[in-house]
Design a protein around this ligand. Structure first.
Ligand SMILES: NC(=O)C1=CN([C@@H]2O[C@H](COP(=O)(O)OP(=O)(O)OC[C@H]3O[C@@H](n4cnc5c(N)ncnc54)[C@H](OP(=O)(O)O)[C@@H]3O)[C@@H](O)[C@H]2O)C=CC1
Ligand SMILES: O=C(O)C1=N[C@H](C(=O)O)C[C@H](O)C1
Length: 263
């Protein structure tokens, strides 16, 4: 006998990621949309979440609060929305996958505190391939050491609110740890002088509807290595989030990472 479908709640349900997640949940017999949440003052609260994302009615109204039997929650909203969702999940014992980026250090700390009560996975990028890029970038930085100038370039759609991307910040942290540097420079302008050794440049481009690109550039004398990931649509992020949700459901409280899932 097949096991019952996992009841999933989506926070940020009318957003770009939320809509795609609901569509992919509907196509997966192992998953069931149990709750669809958005900001508490959203004008479409009460309307059917399936209809709102072009699927037709699913019997799940868009809600401003977490109610009902939920096995796992997925959040792609804003930091303030993720914080409210983490509080509700911690109170109700619901494991939570967080894709939202742009937390400040204080918000990040409060988010992580929820992992004392629930299984919590926070990742700036849920794509399998991007997580491989992170590993490869760390390996390349370790191998090249301070012989390479490292710069990170990210490109995203012009609707994106945070800059640089959470993924670019994580890549910078990874390569920085590998070469023992935390000299992060965000763009350059003016008479900045010769590039100091150990600096790690981070550059954010915002153009059109680009779903997301990240490149780590290792520049040496006479040659250059570039490691790149290019999202063609949002499915890599959304499918990774659903895999993470399946992994997290039923797990004991602690902070998990994509490495727990991908090995
Ligand atoms: N980790 C990963 O793999 C990925 C992470 N992201 C991140 O996910 C987040 C969302 O991205 P995206 O879907 O493109 O953004 P959108 O702006 O399209 O969606 C965000 C949704 O959250 C809603 N929202 C705003 N405030 C709240 C709140 N307080 N409570 C609940 N919902 C709220 C928004 O409503 P309204 O528009 O009405 O304000 C909107 O529906 C971003 O931080 C982005 O960087 C994105 C893709 C992949
Ligand atoms: O806002 C987006 O779209 C994305 N944000 C994430 C980030 O900030 O790293 C991940 C992905 O690149 C898409």
């Amino acid at each position: 006998m097949s096991s019952p479908a996992l009841n999933v709640a989506i926070n940020g349900a009318t957003g770009r990621m939320g809509v795609r997640l609901i569509q992919l949940i509907q196509a997966d017999p192992g998953l069931r949309l149990a709750a669809a949440l958005d900001r508490p003052d959203h004008p479409k609260l009460g309307e059917d979440a399936g209809t709102l994302c072009g699927l037709g009615p699913l019997g799940v109204p868009l809600s401003g609060a977490l109610v009902g039997p939920v096995d796992v929650a997925i959040d792609f909203s804003l930091p303030v929305g993720a914080l409210a969702m983490a509080k509700a999940c911690a109170e109700q014992g619901v494991p939570m996958v967080v894709g939202t980026t742009g937390f400040d250090p204080e918000q990040r700390k409060i988010m992580e505190e929820a992992s004392a009560k629930i299984a919590l996975l926070i990742s700036p990028n849920l794509s399998r391939a991007v997580n491989l890029l992170m590993r490869l970038a760390g390996e390349a930085a370790r191998a090249l050491g301070d012989s390479a100038d490292i710069e990170i370039v990210e490109r995203h759609h012009h609707f994106k609110k945070d800059a640089p991307s959470g993924t670019a910040l994580r890549l910078a942290e990874i390569v920085g740890n590998a070469v023992g540097s935390s000299q992060f420079v965000h763009g350059r302008q003016g008479d900045v002088g010769e590039r100091p050794r150990g600096e790690i440049g981070i550059h954010a481009l915002r153009t059109g509807d680009n779903p997301g690109e990240h490149t780590v550039v290792f520049g040496l004398m006479g040659e250059c290595l570039e490691l790149s990931h290019r999202a063609l649509n949002r499915d890599g992020f959304a499918l990774g989030a659903l895999d993470a949700a399946k992994f997290l459901a039923g797990k004991p409280p602690r902070l998990y990472t994509m490495a727990d899932l991908l090995g």
